[in-house]
Design a protein around this ligand. Structure first.
Ligand code: PHE
Length: 479
């Protein structure tokens, strides 16, 4: 199948209709085609099986005006005087009066053609006509001259040679061709080919009748990014990668949790301020979550609480449903499941706190939880793990400050040095779990180190963002 442009198709449709074109030039003039366009098409070899093309040698000469001729057009020099002479006016002074300053050039032209004779200076004399035939020839040439322009025209006339000799016209012998349709032409599918699909084509339904230029689907298209992970997700992936490479396993759990796993199993007294409604999101439906079906565990937890915090521990208070306020709930459940076996675990998950969001606080945020359960673990091991972890993220300078946690002793606040702001920023909390917490969960013989680190704070540092709203929400302008 041929890929034809609309104009090419139009030409072939015309040719199929008339079968032969005796002169391509004449055809172009009559049918409003561009000669060079069709000549190019026919000589490209593209249509060789459908048409034959014969160059024409004995064509009528084509004439066009030279620049000099164009300057004079449409009046030949000498014609005005020749006309007056043929009308019988030969009186020199009358002719001079009529032609005014043109008289000189008119006279010189006819003199050069040997049509007249005159003795200058003899006032009152008449112009003597040498050749009437020559004067009439000028008239005939004037008629020809009027019809010529800058486009070559086929003309035959003996008068043209004089105009050519005067430098007013030039012969251009343009090539021309006879074109004939071959029988194969009838097999061509000559629906017009459309290169641009317009709304007009679509709306009118005419797209069904035309041939659309095929779309080159193998061409390389520019790359258009279609989406990517948010900065926070990228950050989560980096952290996950580091812990997995350190040999940690990932743990996770439910958002809806009982206060038992969030607080009581973590040796947090039932009147601790963190449990108050201003800090923790309590859930109405379900209002409670059943305690683990393990009386030994429940009673052990109760005994530890009663002994250390006074005898008020209530199962009802421990069954209240909340949105987890820390991912240490995963750690507590993991310790209970391991029953003294060792291991290294991490999680990166959301926690929920009843706080007002501001530049550096959110009411839901990610915690990076970690726990190592082994033997003879110390503060040095804890500091070692955290130093290694932060170093992998590019934070070289760490500080640990003593702090308080109900379930760890000692407890260490983790601060990293932030180069751009030239200060240490608090990024997490850590410690060694107390025996009061470990024993009821069945891990009394273990030593542990554990941490809970803020992800968003760290992301602020990593991406040099100013406030948390730069990292979360619909409008993240960072790249
Ligand atoms: N759960 C603590 C918090 O939310 C962090 C922590 C985890 C501290 C484990 C010590 C050990 O801040």
């Amino acid at each position: 199948m041929l890929n034809l442009s609309p104009k090419q198709t139009q030409f072939l449709q015309r040719l199929r209709h008339c079968h032969s074109i005796p002169s391509l030039r004449e055809f172009c003039q009559q049918e409003q085609f561009e000669f060079n366009f069709l000549k190019g098409l026919l000589s490209s070899g593209f249509l060789d099986s459908y048409v034959t093309v014969h160059p024409l040698s004995d064509t009528t000469p084509h004439w066009q005006l030279t620049p000099k001729g164009e300057g004079l057009s449409p009046t030949l020099p000498g014609i005005r005087l020749a006309q007056l002479l043929l009308e019988g006016q030969t009186d020199t002074s009358r002719l001079q009066g009529e032609l005014e300053e043109a008289f000189g050039t008119e006279y010189a032209s006819l003199k050069n053609l040997n049509a007249i004779d005159w003795q200058p200076g003899e006032v009152g004399k008449r112009i003597q006509i040498l050749s009437v035939t020559e004067l009439e020839a000028i008239q005939a040439r004037q008629e020809l001259f009027c019809t010529l322009g800058s486009q070559p025209q086929p003309l035959t006339s003996p008068h043209l040679a004089v105009l050519e000799a005067q430098g007013l016209i030039v012969a251009v012998n343009p090539d021309d061709y006879a074109v004939e349709a071959l029988p194969a032409m009838d097999t061509l599918d000559l629906k017009p080919m459309v290169t641009t699909l317009t709304s007009e084509l679509l709306l009118s339904g005419r797209w069904r009748e035309v041939d659309l230029k095929p779309y080159p689907i193998d061409d390389e298209a520019p790359y258009v990014p279609y989406g990517r992970s948010t900065l926070l997700t990228q950050c989560i992936e980096r952290v996950r990668d580091i812990f997995l490479n350190m040999g940690f396993d990932e743990m996770s759990g439910s958002i809806l949790e009982s206060t038992f796993w969030n607080f009581d199993a973590l040796f947090t007294p039932q009147d601790h301020p963190a449990r108050e409604i201003q800090d923790t999101f309590y859930v109405d439906r379900p209002g409670t979550i059943p305690l683990p079906n393990d009386r030994v565990l429940i009673e052990h937890v109760q005994r530890v609480h009663d002994r250390n915090y006074g005898g008020h521990w209530s199962e009802q208070e421990a069954s209240r449903a909340i949105f987890r306020a820390q991912t240490t709930t995963f750690t507590a459940r993991k310790l209970y499941a391991l029953k003294g076996r060792t291991g290294k675990f991490f999680s990166i998950d959301k926690v929920f706190r009843n706080e007002t969001s501001d530049r550096t606080h959110l009411h839901e945020f990610y915690q990076i939880e970690g726990v190592v359960i082994g033997e003879l673990l110390s503060v040095r091991n804890l500091m070692g793990y955290l130093t290694y972890f932060y170093e992998r993220l590019g934070f070289k300078n760490l500080k640990f400050k003593p702090t308080y946690n109900p379930y760890t002793e000692p407890s260490l606040e983790v601060c990293v040095y932030h180069e751009p702001s030239q200060r240490y920023l608090e990024v997490g909390n850590s410690g060694l779990f107390r025996p009061e917490m470990l024993k009821p969960l069945g891990c009394g013989g273990c030593s542990t180190i554990a941490w809970g680190l803020g992800l968003e704070r760290m992301a602020l540092l990593l991406y040099n963002a100013e406030k948390l709203s730069d990292l979360v929400g619909p409008d993240i302008g960072l790249s």
